[in-house]
Structures are given as structure tokens and as C-alpha cells.
Design a protein around this ligand. Structure first.
Ligand code: OSB
Ligand code: MG
Length: 369
């Protein structure tokens, strides 16, 4: 069979609460939903590029262009159906990993649906429930953050990640630790510090963090390796790890002891598998990061997080943590305290709601061979 058509929806969803990182504060999320149609089945993917090029160089608009004018035409011109064939063909186009991942994920969902299997079975996943953490943004005040953490704890989240930046770091970690002495706590700087601040960052060792995520800018693997030697807190890299090659360099250089996996950041599931398998051989655990995805992207992440080397709690929270009205029904919930159940229906195993998709769509493109 061949693909009949591919649809791209440029969407916007408002958050239940603003999300602030060292990049700034945002109130909603733009992203692209990719739908691949073949013989009555629909494969769903989500492209996580954001409105502004702060986390990576891609934006929702650049990804829209790359998908519409480059990647979808590539699929049609080569008659591609298999995700691995897409990965190989798309390799000749540089960068644009989030755009590639959005389409590759739709092909994975389609493939699993054709086989009648939940996606995690296709990936070789080994668990049915995923340890769920939650990422708490920067708040207006420390009391506001403490209230938020208390709230998340009462909902059952067992690991909390807080966002840090200069002026919102040591004092905040100290306050959180004082109030929650046994909490599994980690901090994410989103690359805001510079190597001159190494001695400042070392003071974070006092707070028994599970890990410190991405202290320095993405390209500085070397300075991360110097910082890791100075700190007892394990470093985890997020933005720096854009491929198998960067993962390998980071581990061999000692730039981190943990890797955060995001399928969009590394350009698709084939690349995720390569990184995952390498980390497993190397004896380094990984976990699944999030990009505040809609239920579609989050369902994909749930399946990815079933792979055996995902050894830390993941940034995979319930729909209600992110959106008033997620795109899927039923929403993602904690199946028991600290865990989310992986959907067991074919493919990603969640049902997108058409009216909600329409309501959130800003523009749409229907592409045919
Ligand atoms: O660094 O992990 C990050 C969201 C957008 C961009 C970068 C990051 C994040 C998150 C969100 O922390 C985590 C989630 O989706 O639950
Ligand atoms: Mg991060």
C-alpha cells in the first residue's frame, strides 16, 4: 500500500498555568500535528518545535516549511511508508530534527496500527507503567513554588524538577530541600550558566539533587566535562544531545552521567534507539524529557519510555498538568501514585478528538502524492 495523503495542522493550545524557564515565560504552545493516511488508517505524529528558537534553532514556522516543502514531498517522491526508510532518506537533509521526528513518529504510529500492536511492542519496550515526574517552572516567589510542589506531591508525583537560573537557584533549592527533605528533586538550567560560574554551581551539591540538567550552553561538552569532575551531583545533558554522535562524545568525555532523551531533539525514533542502546552498553541510564506536548506527543513519549534503559522518573505528567482540554480522550492520568499506564490499543493507543483539533488549529495543509 501507499500513503494517500499527509495532513499538517499548525496548532496552538493554552497552558493551564504559565511555564517559565531560563528562556522566559510562555502561556501557550504552538506545535504541528502530522497525520499520515493509508488505507483507512491514520498515523499521528507531533512536531515539538516551539514558537521561538530558544530551546533549539527550529521554530514552528521553520518546521512547517521543512515538512511541507521538503519532507512530505520526499515521502511522496520515494513512495516511502516505513519509518526506517524515511529516516535514511531524510538523512541527506541537514538539521531540522524536530520536523523529521514529527513525520517519522506518524509513520511509526501507522506501522504499529497496521500490525495491530501497541507501539511499545514494536519498539521492544519492557514495561507497562511509566514512573511520572513533573517539571515545575520558575514562579513569582519561593512560596508560590513551594505551594505548587506540595500540590504536585499530593497528586502523586514522586519526582519534581525545578527550573533554575541566576538569582533563582541556591536559595530556591535550599527552601525546597528544607520543606521536602526526602523529595526526589532535580534542577534544570536550560544552558543559562557560563563556565565562570562553576564555583557557584558547585554549591548545588549541598542539596542532594538527583541530577543537574544542562548547566552550560548546548555546544560546550568540554566545559561540562570539567564541571562534572568538580561536582558530586550527576550532570544530565538535554539540549547538548542532538544525535548518537553527541551522546557518544558526551559520555566518553565525561560531560554527564545521565542523558535526557527527547525524540524531537534527536530527530526521530531510529536515532533514539541508537542513543538508548549505546547508553545501555555504556552503563548510563536515560529518562524521557518532555516538550509540553499535547496528548499525542505525550502518548508517543510513553511508548518510548518503555525501553529498558529508561531508569529515572520521566517528564511525563498527566494531561491536566499541561492543558485544560488536551487533544485526546480519555486524557492521560496517573494510573496510581507516581505512574502513568502505557496505552495498550494499537499504535499510540489514544483517541484524538476532532472538534478539539479543529478548535486548536491555526492553519492546515492537505498534501497528496
Ligand atoms: O528543558 O526539559 C526541558 C519544556 C520545554 C522546553 C524544554 C524543557 C521543557 C520541560 C517540560 O521541562 C517538561 C514536560 O514536558 O513535562
Ligand atoms: Mg531540560
Amino acid at each position: 500500500m501507499a500513503i494517500d495523503r499527509i495532513e499538517l495542522n499548525f496548532m496552538r493550545l493554552p497552558y493551564v498555568h504559565f511555564f517559565e524557564t531560563s528562556f522566559g515565560r510562555s502561556y501557550d504552545r504552538t506545535f504541528i500535528m502530522v497525520r499520515v493516511y493509508e488505507d483507512g488508517l491514520i498515523g499521528y505524529g507531533e512536531c515539538v518545535a516551539e514558537e521561538k528558537p530558544l530551546y533549539s534553532g527550529e521554530t514552528t514556522e521553520t518546521a512547517w516549511h521543512i515538512l511541507k516543502d521538503v519532507l512530505v514531498p520526499l515521502v511522496f517522491s520515494l513512495g516511502i511508508v516505513e519509518p526506517e526508510d524515511f529516516y535514511n532518506a531524510a538523512k541527506s537533509f541537514k538539521e531540522n530534527r524536530m520536523a523529521k521526528a514529527g513525520l517519522e513518529l506518524a509513520l511509526w504510529d501507522l506501522k504499529a496500527k497496521k500490525l495491530g500492536l501497541p507501539l511499545y511492542k514494536l519498539y521492544g519496550g519492557v514495561r507497562e507503567e511509566i514512573p511520572a515526574g513533573v517539571s515545575a517552572g520558575i514562579e513569582d516567589s519561593i512560596p508560590d513554588l513551594l505551594t505548587m510542589i506540595e500540590n504536585y506531591q499530593s497528586q502523586g508525583y514522586k519526582r519534581i524538577k525545578i527550573k533554575i537560573k541566576p538569582g533563582w537557584d541556591l536559595e530556591v533549592c535550599r527552601a525546597v530541600r528544607e520543606k521536602f527533605p526526602d523529595l526526589l528533586l532535580q534542577a534544570d538550567a536550560n544552558g543559562i550558566y557560563s563556565p565562570e560560574e562553576a564555583d557557584h554551581l558547585r554549591q548545588l551539591d549541598a542539596f542532594k539533587l538527583l541530577m543537574l540538567e544542562q548547566p552550560y550552553p548546548p555546544f560546550d561538552l568540554w566545559e561540562h566535562s570539567k564541571l562534572q569532575k568538580k561536582m558530586s551531583t550527576p550532570l544530565c545533558l538535554d539540549e547538548s544531545i542532538i544525535s548518537y554522535e553527541t551522546a557518544k562524545a558526551a559520555l566518553e568525555m565525561g560531560s554527564c552521567r545521565i542523558i535526557n532523551i527527547k525524540v524531537g531533539r534527536v530527530g526521530g525514533m531510529v536515532e533514539v534507539k541508537k542513543i538508548h542502546d549505546y547508553c545501555q552498553r555504556y552503563g548510563v541510564g536515560v529518562w524521557c524529557g518532555g516538550m509540553l506536548e499535547s496528548g499525542i506527543g505525550r502518548a508517543h513519549n510513553l511508548h518510548i519510555a518503555t525501553l529498558p534503559d529508561f531508569k529515572y522518573p520521566n517528564d511525563l505528567s498527566a494531561s491536566a498538568r499541561y492543558y485544560q482540554e488536551d487533544l485526546i480522550e480519555p486524557p492521560i492520568v496517573l494510573s496510581r501514585p507516581g505512574y502513568v499506564r502505557v496505552p495498550d490499543e494499537p499504535g499510540i493507543g489514544v483517541n484524538p478528538v476532532e472538534e478539539r483539533i479543529e478548535k486548536a488549529t491555526l492553519k492546515k495543509e492537505v498534501l497528496k502524492p
